[in-house]
Design a protein around this ligand. Structure first.
Ligand code: MOS
Length: 751
């Protein structure tokens, strides 16, 4: 367990393993999640979704449902309000998506929303939703990836980079190699499955005829501002007429990074019935309209010289998208930056299927790409007869090979060393099937991990209130990640107040604007804004004290003034001190406020910024049954300055649990005839449970990044999931001698 020493209040609070400040609210049930907000006159909405993957609605019978008890509205494409923006255009990508908003009778995937039933109770709405009868004219649906990929095409971009890249001469590098691997890896569709389903409550106030009506949305989202932009555009409203509130999220993992159809549909229905409308997606409805990680086929061709130097790296990715949007899983981006090599070519291609649109899923692209790259690197290490770590060290990149920039900081070597030491890697016999524990085959594998250190503009406001409490506000999000806690730490440290005197508010578009909680960027984006606002508020407080003849700080020089643990005093005479509230009381119960915007600058052009890590896995494989267990995982990470050793370790650990799920359990099984997920529930879609998880050891190495931001913090939200599937796959090879290139690795592939 992580030790939990009591931190010194107000001093060096950042980094301390303090408990979650929202922990009590969560365990006592007073933390309200979206569906738990009660509003007067609240009505319940149930979505009716398509049962074909392609075609159109010929007839939709709603008369029976409309007559049923408690039913207020059955909204279909025949009676839905026409929107200012029909839903066929995105807003600002990536927040804005192509939505299914009942504007026509076209069906492009199974489980697509085709009607919304609103009633006075959930049961009445469910009952009536079942009574809606639909006659479809089915068209041919493309559900076979192998067929679809014959017509694959290049997307405009692979995330923020070009779809294709080429450096050096790939065929020359390949031809000059003394050894190589030329292999295909596959990853399946995966659904995020947060515990809290997607949910929205939409509530209009005011008069819609003069377009001055106000819409309030409670929404389970990773991006309140993105939801506001999407919904305002769809209704042709100024964004200021829409407020989005989301104080708690029960997991998102990327699935709640966009405003999906049900959010806009709830707002449409609420305007119709004149009451608040609440749709909560059923678990099965989360397999289609709210995104997933697309499947990939990844062709890796790696060549190395006799001494292990990479001479050629080629990584070609085909992933599926929907028939509505070009969503690219950028799986080859990792190959552009992780190792140096004489030549390097990458490509991304899309294949259209009649399935809902994919989206961000924890470590988008990098996680799926790392499985292919890091397993292929292991294969090549075996061919070259090199230790996997030695092989990687030989190809360590001292600059970003993709853009030629120096790293802002990189602790990958330290991660290899610290992880190997903790794991006991030196005791590994590299020969496959050479290590045993009783009758079980033992395998040890490792992989590198990395994730870009993003940052977006963010704002924060700090108010020092008359009672000496600081209210800190920013429209960011806490998905269970610890945002409330680490932002409180950052503010308390900068202000010189104890943690208990700081209250952090987030998840509301009325607060200063922050980016979506995605791309592992919240701390690096919002943290500096909070810090800057807190320092500015502190300056105001000290200026007040300095000008106040009754204050112990009266006419003190800046170097003499101390504000610590909520007390103001002179460095030279700490015994004469005054509390913040007493100072403010003499000034008529004043509040002091400061708002600061924060954004990156020229450093982003000068440096390449990434987190790095090394993952080690031990697997036990039953030689008769093929059953795989993972008795231990070790992850060593260089992520700049860690804000909280407890929540940070938890988040990295959670990422590694995700990686284990990807390696051994997770796969969405699409019925090839209907395009509907057949395991659309938590009994059949396997995520890791406690029984699957044994020891997970997290190491965060010391890393001082002077360039990244004022906190020195890189992101940690996604890197934990990166490399784990490869480390486990490599361990399975070491245990069994079988190289499994299709995820998940299941026992049938081993016997
Ligand atoms: Mo993350 S997949 O950007 O929520």
């Amino acid at each position: 367990m992580t030790p939990n020493p009591q931190p010194i209040p107000g001093r060096d609070l950042v980094g301390q393993p303090v408990d979650r400040v929202d922990g009590l609210a969560k365990v006592t049930g007073t933390a309200l999640y979206t569906a738990e907000h009660g509003l007067p006159g609240l009505t319940h909405a149930v979505l009716v979704t398509s049962t074909i993957a392609s075609g159109r609605i010929v007839t939709i019978h709603t008369a029976q449902a409309e007559k049923m008890r408690g039913v207020l509205l059955v909204m279909t494409h025949l009676n839905a309000p026409r929107l200012a923006e029909k839903g066929q255009a995105g807003v600002v990508p990536p927040a804005g998506r192509i939505l299914n908003l009942l504007q026509d009778g076209q069906v492009l995937y199974n489980n697509q929303p085709v009607a919304l039933v609103v009633a006075d109770s959930l049961e009445h709405a469910q009952d009536a939703a079942r009574a809606v009868r639909i006659v479809y004219a089915a068209a041919r649906a493309e559900l076979d990836f192998n067929q679809a990929k014959a017509a694959c095409y290049a997307p405009k971009k692979a995330r923020d980079q070009a779809a294709d890249s080429a450096r050096g001469d790939d065929s020359a590098g390949w031809n000059s190699a003394s050894c190589g691997v030329d292999v295909i890896y596959r990853t399946p569709m995966e659904h995020h499955n947060p515990m809290e389903p997607h949910a929205t409550i939409a509530h209009w106030e005011g008069d819609q005829r003069d377009q001055r009506d106000q819409l309030t949305l409670y929404d389970s989202t990773q991006n309140v501002s993105g939801v506001r932009a999407t919904v305002a555009m769809r209704f042709g409203l100024p964004p200021g007429n829409v407020r989005v509130i989301c104080p708690f999220v029960g997991g998102g993992f990327g699935s709640k990074g966009s405003a999906w159809s049900h959010v806009v549909l709830a707002a449409m229905a609420s305007r119709q019935v004149g009451r608040p409308v609440k749709p909560v997606l059923e678990r099965s409805q989360m397999f289609g309209m709210v995104g997933y990680r697309p499947l990939t086929e990844q062709h890796l061709r790696l060549g190395a010289a006799a001494d292990g130097r990479l001479t050629a790296m080629r990584h070609d990715v085909i992933a599926n998208t929907s028939c509505m949007e070009d969503w690219m899983e950028p799986a080859a981006l990792i190959t552009r930056m992780l190792y140096r090599s004489d030549s390097q070519e990458t490509s991304h291609r899309l294949a259209r299927l009649n399935i809902g649109t994919p989206t961000f899923t924890r470590g988008p692209g990098i996680t799926s790409g790392s499985f292919a790259l890091e397993c292929a690197m292991d294969e090549l290490a075996y061919v070259a007869k090199l230790d996997p770590i030695a092989f990687r060290l030989r190809n360590e990149a001292d600059r970003d090979p993709g853009n030629g920039l120096p790293w802002s900081s990189k602790a990958l070597r330290q991660c290899y060393a610290a992880g190997a030491e903790r794991f006991g890697w030196a005791g590994r016999d590299p020969l496959p099937r050479s290590m045993r524990d009783g009758h079980l085959l033992v395998g040890w594998g490792m992989a590198s991990a990395t994730y870009p250190a993003h940052r977006s503009p963010a704002s924060a406001r700090v108010s020092i209130l008359p009672d000496g409490l600081a209210l800190v506000q920013s429209g960011t999000h806490d998905l269970g990640t610890g945002t409330y806690t680490v932002m409180s730490q950052i503010a308390a440290e900068a202000l010189g107040l104890p943690l208990a005197k700081v209250r952090f508010e987030l998840g509301d578009t009325r607060l200063p604007v922050a980016p979506g909680a995605g791309g592992s960027q919240s701390v690096a984006s919002v943290g500096p804004a909070v810090q800057a606002a807190a320092l500015a508020a502190r300056e105001k407080l000290l200026a007040l004290a300095q000008a106040d003849p009754e204050s112990p700080l009266y006419s003190a020089g800046p170097e003499e003034m101390i504000l610590e643990a909520g007390w103001l005093f002179r460095k030279s005479s700490p015994q004469r001190r005054e509390g913040v509230a007493a100072l403010l009381a003499r000034h008529g119960g004043l509040s002091l406020e400061a708002t600061r915007d924060s954004r990156s600058g020229a450093e982003r052009e000068a440096f390449s910024m990434h987190s790095f890590g090394a993952v080690f896995a031990e697997v036990h494989v039953d030689p008769e049954l093929g059953i795989i267990t993972v008795p231990r995982l070790v992850g060593a990470y260089g992520v700049g300055r860690l804000m909280n050793r407890k929540t940070g370790h938890s988040q990295l650990m959670g990422g590694m649990v995700w990686g284990l799920g990807m390696a051994l359990l997770e796969k969405t099984e699409m019925d090839p005839r209907t395009g509907r997920a057949v395991n659309a529930n938590l009994a059949d879609y396997h995520v890791p449970t406690n029984a699957d998880i044994h020891a997970i050891d997290i190491i965060v190495v010391d890393e001082n990044d002077p360039h990244i931001n004022s906190l020195g913090a890189k992101g940690i939200g996604e890197i934990g999931a990166v490399g784990v599937a490869a480390a486990i796959g490599n361990a399975v090879f070491h245990a069994t001698g079988k190289r499994i290139r299709d995820l998940p690795i299941t026992l049938d592939q081993l016997i």
